[in-house]
Design a protein around this ligand. Structure first.
Ligand code: ZN
Length: 110
Protein backbone atom coordinates (compact mmCIF):
# COMPACT_ATOMS: atom_id res chain seq x y z
CA UNK A 1 0.00 0.00 0.00
CA UNK A 2 1.28 3.43 -0.88
CA UNK A 3 0.84 5.55 2.20
CA UNK A 4 1.87 8.67 0.31
CA UNK A 5 -1.50 8.61 -1.40
CA UNK A 6 -3.33 8.69 1.88
CA UNK A 7 -1.82 11.89 3.14
CA UNK A 8 -4.59 14.45 3.55
CA UNK A 9 -2.54 17.34 2.24
CA UNK A 10 -0.95 16.72 -1.14
CA UNK A 11 1.45 18.89 -3.04
CA UNK A 12 -0.60 21.48 -4.90
CA UNK A 13 1.86 22.42 -7.58
CA UNK A 14 5.20 24.03 -8.26
CA UNK A 15 6.28 27.50 -7.26
CA UNK A 16 6.38 29.69 -10.35
CA UNK A 17 7.90 33.09 -10.82
CA UNK A 18 8.28 35.81 -13.39
CA UNK A 19 11.00 38.34 -14.09
CA UNK A 20 10.33 42.02 -13.61
CA UNK A 21 11.60 44.77 -15.90
CA UNK A 22 14.98 44.80 -14.15
CA UNK A 23 15.43 41.04 -14.53
CA UNK A 24 14.78 40.21 -10.89
CA UNK A 25 12.67 37.12 -10.17
CA UNK A 26 9.34 37.61 -8.43
CA UNK A 27 7.58 34.58 -6.97
CA UNK A 28 3.92 34.18 -7.90
CA UNK A 29 1.63 33.16 -5.07
CA UNK A 30 -2.04 32.20 -5.36
CA UNK A 31 -4.24 35.22 -4.65
CA UNK A 32 -6.67 33.29 -2.50
CA UNK A 33 -6.35 30.73 0.24
CA UNK A 34 -6.67 27.02 -0.41
CA UNK A 35 -10.34 26.86 0.46
CA UNK A 36 -11.09 29.96 -1.57
CA UNK A 37 -12.60 31.68 1.44
CA UNK A 38 -10.21 34.56 1.74
CA UNK A 39 -8.31 36.90 -0.54
CA UNK A 40 -4.75 36.80 0.67
CA UNK A 41 -3.31 40.12 1.77
CA UNK A 42 -0.18 40.95 3.64
CA UNK A 43 -1.83 40.68 7.04
CA UNK A 44 -3.70 37.47 6.29
CA UNK A 45 -1.14 34.95 5.10
CA UNK A 46 2.33 33.69 5.78
CA UNK A 47 4.65 32.10 3.24
CA UNK A 48 7.31 29.78 4.61
CA UNK A 49 10.00 28.01 2.59
CA UNK A 50 11.58 24.84 3.93
CA UNK A 51 12.84 21.53 2.58
CA UNK A 52 12.15 22.56 -1.00
CA UNK A 53 8.54 23.40 -0.30
CA UNK A 54 6.69 26.67 0.01
CA UNK A 55 3.79 26.68 2.43
CA UNK A 56 1.39 29.57 1.96
CA UNK A 57 -0.79 29.59 5.02
CA UNK A 58 -4.05 31.49 5.42
CA UNK A 59 -4.06 32.76 9.00
CA UNK A 60 -7.84 33.03 9.14
CA UNK A 61 -8.28 29.40 8.07
CA UNK A 62 -5.46 28.28 10.37
CA UNK A 63 -7.39 29.71 13.30
CA UNK A 64 -10.45 27.68 12.36
CA UNK A 65 -8.45 24.44 12.01
CA UNK A 66 -9.16 24.04 8.29
CA UNK A 67 -6.78 22.77 5.59
CA UNK A 68 -5.17 26.17 5.45
CA UNK A 69 -2.00 26.05 3.41
CA UNK A 70 -0.96 25.59 -0.17
CA UNK A 71 2.04 23.34 -0.72
CA UNK A 72 4.18 24.31 -3.68
CA UNK A 73 7.43 22.61 -4.63
CA UNK A 74 10.32 25.06 -4.89
CA UNK A 75 12.80 23.82 -7.50
CA UNK A 76 15.04 26.86 -7.14
CA UNK A 77 15.80 29.23 -4.27
CA UNK A 78 12.73 31.35 -3.65
CA UNK A 79 13.04 34.94 -4.86
CA UNK A 80 13.13 37.71 -2.24
CA UNK A 81 9.95 39.19 -3.57
CA UNK A 82 6.53 37.75 -4.27
CA UNK A 83 3.21 38.89 -5.63
CA UNK A 84 -0.29 37.50 -5.59
CA UNK A 85 -1.68 36.11 -8.82
CA UNK A 86 -5.38 35.46 -9.38
CA UNK A 87 -4.74 33.25 -12.44
CA UNK A 88 -2.42 31.02 -10.46
CA UNK A 89 -5.11 30.56 -7.85
CA UNK A 90 -7.56 29.52 -10.56
CA UNK A 91 -5.09 26.99 -11.94
CA UNK A 92 -4.34 25.48 -8.55
CA UNK A 93 -7.99 25.33 -7.57
CA UNK A 94 -8.84 23.59 -10.84
CA UNK A 95 -6.05 21.05 -10.44
CA UNK A 96 -7.15 20.39 -6.89
CA UNK A 97 -10.74 19.76 -7.95
CA UNK A 98 -9.62 17.37 -10.68
CA UNK A 99 -7.45 15.41 -8.28
CA UNK A 100 -10.32 15.15 -5.84
CA UNK A 101 -12.55 13.76 -8.57
CA UNK A 102 -9.96 11.23 -9.68
CA UNK A 103 -9.16 9.91 -6.21
CA UNK A 104 -12.64 9.72 -4.75
CA UNK A 105 -16.00 8.98 -6.29
CA UNK A 106 -18.22 11.05 -4.08
CA UNK A 107 -21.65 12.29 -5.04
CA UNK A 108 -21.47 16.00 -5.72
CA UNK A 109 -23.54 17.76 -3.11
CA UNK A 110 -23.89 21.00 -5.05
ZN1 ZN B 1 -8.62 31.23 4.28
Amino acid sequence: MDWQLLKPSQMDGTLTFRYDTTGQPVALLPARCKLGRHTLGHSQFRAVVHDGEVHISCLACANSGADHFWRLAATAPAPDRAELCEELYNELALGRAQRALSTARVDDAH
